[in-house]
Design a protein around this ligand. Structure first.
Ligand code: CS2
Length: 460
């Protein structure tokens, strides 16, 4: 039996405590993958369990029907299972009302965005979903009529004409200054495609920054089976996650917002210290674990962290390199943070695949590694751990051992072909290199990376 409103579920399971049928949808969410379902949707469910109303979520997938096919037959219901050494703890989330596939139902997406009930549009579209050119500006070859920007612009026009209020656009992706970036990119889109809406957007809409954190491995068949054993129903939209969750949100909303703080979210004036620490320490270490671990033949994060050499490298990367590039604010203890991250990575029950983290490195490494490298370069300091990680990434993007899932895959293939093992690091990070705008490596750094690249390439 498939999970749905009529499922008979175990008595100890936490269920939505509000009448789902009478809730209006206050949120439209782009990119309703596992991360959103294990994170923002849970905070929204908590808020409605605490008595808030009309914060139902309409999920949007831009192209793929997969999540719609998982969730719609279940009336939007799904389970979140927290998995640790101590076992599994599941609950049912009722916040999601339905999923629209924009490519199939563009007008329904625009209508949802333009509805007077909608106050917040949130995003987990991954780094590449923002359609940025390498210099960070909007790339109009990607930002076409199938991008989130086009649906937003069409809806903004309707809201403007109908004299409805603006929207809060809430980026929940791992970008540095994600709100500010989204504001820039949206404005650039409007300037070209709907210039008469630019002022309305600037006056009526806001784009708060957020730091989101929860490790959510892609759901596997094994996960779905083990969750079915708990629920007594088959949940095609099940998500399995770690117990830890964190959400820090810049308190800059143009309309109403749910009391996400009842579920532990923090509203604050300035997210940057939390966001930068998370990107450079957690995500920076994650990417290093992924590329180095894959080189060494590992499959999961917890396996790599058990390797003493890599654990030492991750300590150096987090403490000496990432944390030392940050200015902690009151209440932020970066040493404790690093320890907590290592403990989370070591969760043996989670089975977080390295290849999942290795995806889209071109979109991730600027904010995870290169900003840290550039900071220390200005101070005249070295970052041996990140340099070793860079070498592992360079070997990864050659695509010999693993498929390179990255929008710059073709560029990387041809760079490797023309530059070869001896010059590839320079083609990427040397003067005029692909990523030199973020960090231009010194000759000494290049020599170090080259040394590692040839060592790792020999090791296979
Ligand atoms: C990971 C993140 O896949 C990745 O690149 O580093 O998804 C990470 O698990 C989350 O940011 C944790 O909050």
């Amino acid at each position: 039996m498939r999970l749905g409103p009529n499922s008979v579920l175990p008595a100890n399971l936490l269920l939505p405590e509000y009448d789902r049928r009478t809730q209006k949808a206050g949120i439209v969410h782009f990119g309703i993958g596992a991360f959103h379902r294990a994170h923002q949707a849970v905070y929204t469910d908590d808020a409605m369990n605490a008595g808030e109303r009309d914060w139902g979520i309409i999920g949007v997938s831009l192209r793929s029907p997969a999540v719609a096919e998982q969730l719609n037959p279940q009336d939007g219901l799904y389970s979140v299972t927290e998995r640790s050494e101590n076992g599994d703890k599941s609950r049912i989330i009722g916040a999601v009302q339905k999923v629209l596939v924009a490519a199939d139902a563009p007008d329904a997406v625009i209508a949802a965005l333009a509805s007077e009930n909608t106050h917040i549009v949130s995003f987990t579209i991954t780094e590449k979903g923002y359609c940025r050119a390498p210099d960070g500006s909007l790339d109009f070859t990607q930002a076409d009529e199938r991008s989130a920007y086009a649906y937003l612009a069409a809806a903004m026009r309707q809201r403007h004409t109908a004299k409805l209020g603006g929207l809060t656009l809430l980026s929940c992706d791992n970008l540095a200054g994600n709100g500010a970036q989204l504001a820039e990119l949206m404005r650039a889109y409007l300037e070209r495609c709907a210039p008469d809406l630019v002022n309305w957007f600037e006056d009526q809409c806001s784009c708060p920054s957020t730091m989101v954190d929860r490790i959510v491995p892609a759901t596997t068949d094994y996960d779905r089976e083990s969750v079915a054993a708990i629920l007594g129903s088959v949940d095609q939209a099940a998500v399995v996650t770690e117990p830890f969750t964190q959400w820090v949100i810049q308190d800059h909303f143009v309309g109403k917002r749910p009391c996400w703080d009842v579920g532990g979210a923090q509203f604050t004036k300035d997210v940057a210290p939390f966001e930068t620490a998370k990107l450079r320490m957690l995500n920076g270490a994650h990417s290093a674990l992924a590329y180095i671990g894959l080189q060494k033949g590992h499959e999961y994060v917890h396996q790599v962290i058990a390797d003493p050499h890599i654990l030492a490298l991750v300590h150096t990367l987090m403490r000496d390199e990432a944390a030392n590039s940050l200015q902690p604010v009151a209440g932020q203890n970066l040493a404790t943070y690093a320890d907590a991250l290592i403990a989370r990575f070591a969760n043996p029950a989670l089975n977080h695949r390295l290849i999942q983290i290795a995806m889209d490195g071109s979109q991730k490494i600027p904010q995870r590694w290169l900003e840290t490298l550039a900071y220390h370069q200005r101070q005249g300091q070295e970052c041996p751990a990140i340099l070793e990680a860079i070498a592992a990434w360079i070997v990864h993007i050659r695509g010999v051992k693993h498929f390179v899932d990255d929008p710059m895959r073709d560029t990387f293939q041809s760079l490797w072909q023309t530059a070869g093992e001896r010059h590839i690091a320079s083609a990427l990070f040397g003067n005029g290199g692909q990523f030199a705008q973020y960090w231009e490596a010194s000759d000494k750094d290049l020599a170090r990376v080259n040394h590692w690249v040839s060592k790792m390439a020999v090791a296979g």
